[in-house]
Design a protein. Structure first.
Length: 260
């Protein structure tokens, strides 16, 4: 386990001197909150389910009711989850550094609930719905008489064109939101500190952001217990889970530590 006394020499100095930090996160950061990853062993979502049925537009069109119900169950399970120390750690960096941008591949809202103010969702969000026909946004916050968020059934229709409402996530075969990706690229080109946290870097084009950062003369920190293609390019690699590594870094900063 990484503690504040076992951090790489020079890491804390790099962080404390940063002007703009980007935190690029993947499914691994939400695993400790009970949110399954997509490809991690037997519990990975796409190792249990056929992604062609649940994560493509054709799958939605061919089996709309089942797909809608599955995403609603995901939305409710994430609503019941809580941010872990990884999410909270990133939010705490916003109190220490002049500028922080969070770029996430996750479709949950745990970064926002942890307190992060600037979050770019590259793959959309389970909490942002739109019409499958005309793309008109659809606000949905269905509650029970007791005030609890509940599933939206039957599936709603668009108030503009009458089309079916779909989850606001990016499915396989769909492009990333252009404005969000452009903002992410701009943040990577502007930052002087880049964290890659809990992502396998196997999903493109989102993963390209980490390699863009590694080509720049900036500090790149990878936090991941598993090896990735970034291992040989990162300035520092912490082979630890986010919920362990980030509190250790914050503790070292609070104690004024500069090296091990």
């Amino acid at each position: 386990m990484i503690t504040e006394r076992k951090l790489p020499a020079g890491l804390i100095t790099k962080i404390c001197n940063a002007r703009h930090a980007v935190f690029f996160t993947g499914a691994g950061i939400s695993k400790a909150s009970g949110v399954p990853t997509f490809r991690d062993g037997a519990d990975g979502t796409w190792n249990r389910l056929n992604w062609r049925l649940y994560a493509t537009l054709d799958g939605f069109k061919n089996n709309r009711e089942e797909v809608w119900k599955w995403y609603e169950l995901r939305r409710l399970s994430i609503h019941a989850a809580s941010p872990n120390d990884g999410h909270l750690g990133i939010a705490n960096f916003e109190k220490l550094l002049p500028k922080v941008t969070v770029i996430t591949q996750n479709v949950d809202d745990l970064h926002e609930r942890a307190g992060s103010q600037s979050v770019i969702h590259l793959h959309g969000s389970l909490f942002s719905h739109r019409c499958a026909a005309c793309a008109h946004p659809h606000t949905m916050n269905v509650t029970s008489p007791e005030g609890q968020i509940v599933a939206s059934t039957p599936q709603p229709r668009c108030t503009r064109c009458g089309g079916w409402i779909r989850p606001g996530v990016v499915w396989f075969g769909e492009g990333l939101p252009e404005a969000d990706f452009a903002n992410a690229v701009a943040a990577v080109n502007d930052c002087d500190l880049f964290f890659s946290i809990g992502t396998s870097l196997d999903v493109h084009p989102a993963a390209n952001l980490a390699f863009m950062a590694a080509k720049r003369p900036i500090c790149v920190v990878q936090v991941n217990p598993q090896e990735t293609a970034l291992n040989d390019q990162a300035t520092f690699t912490l082979k630890e889970k986010a919920e362990k590594a980030l509190p250790a870094i914050l503790q070292a900063i609070s104690e004024g530590s500069q090296h091990v």
